[in-house]
Design a protein around this ligand. Structure first.
Ligand SMILES: C[S@@+](CC[C@H](N)C(=O)[O-])C[C@H]1O[C@@H](n2cnc3c(N)ncnc32)[C@H](O)[C@@H]1O
Length: 197
């Protein structure tokens, strides 16, 4: 995960070889969105579109907005996503695209932010979710047992946090946060926005 610039041509094979649970993570992220009848979805760190494509299989009529700091990765995503998908070159630290969204998803991107950056992002995610909406975060984490670190990271570009810290930051953002799946140094965390406002 320690490459500063992903090559869209080799990205999926490279990440799958470095992250043992990569395909299971993608499946679990998509599964955590299922059955929610989403009309608008925001994908954070779309990359070459793998996560967005698998989420859209559960929401074939949804309109998806994807952001990524890499124009090259988004150019690759364009080839595998429906033509109506909106892809924007933007950083996770930038203001998010205008909501509201029923779902915000992200896989293997948010761990590039530090703790304060994650907490800030989660507040901005909650602000673009509709009441009843869901944030699904699949990412590298710092596991409780150091023997569960199986993905190589550089601690500079890759700055994962514990699942526990991220659940706290989701709750501080006003989300009802739970762990949907945990496998060694990977987790899928879910934050639901309840009620009306
Ligand atoms: C490992 S890829 C994951 C892509 C896709 N979600 C997937 O799982 O296949 C991480 C992506 O996050 C993007 N990224 C990393 N840091 C970012 C930031 N601060 N803002 C926006 N995108 C970022 C990278 O450009 C890269 O495309």
């Amino acid at each position: 995960m320690s490459q500063y610039h992903f090559n869209p041509e080799t990205y999926e094979a490279m990440v799958a070889s470095e992250v043992p649970g990569y395909h299971r993570l993608q499946e679990r992220v998509a599964a955590a969105t299922a059955g929610r009848g989403a009309a608008r979805i925001l994908d954070l760190g779309t990359g070459s579109g793998v996560t967005a494509r698998s989420v859209l299989r559960h929401h074939p009529r949804a309109q998806l907005v994807g952001i990524d700091e890499s124009a090259e990765m988004l150019a690759a995503a364009r080839h595998i996503l429906p033509p109506e998908t909106e892809l924007k070159v933007a950083r996770l630290q930038d203001p998010l695209p205008g909501g509201p969204f029923n779902l915000v998803v992200s896989a293997l991107a948010v761990h590039h932010l530090n703790g304060a950056g994650k907490a800030d992002l989660f507040r901005r995610v909650a602000a673009v979710l509709l009441p009843g909406g869901r944030f699904v975060l699949g990412d590298l984490i710092v596991p409780r047992d150091p023997r569960d670190v199986v993905t190589p990271i550089d601690h500079v570009y890759d700055t994962p946090s514990t699942a526990a810290d991220q659940l706290v930051w989701m709750r501080a953002a006003g989300l009802v946060a739970t762990t949907a799946w945990l496998e060694r140094d990977l987790a899928v965390l879910v934050g639901d926005l309840n009620g009306t406002r």
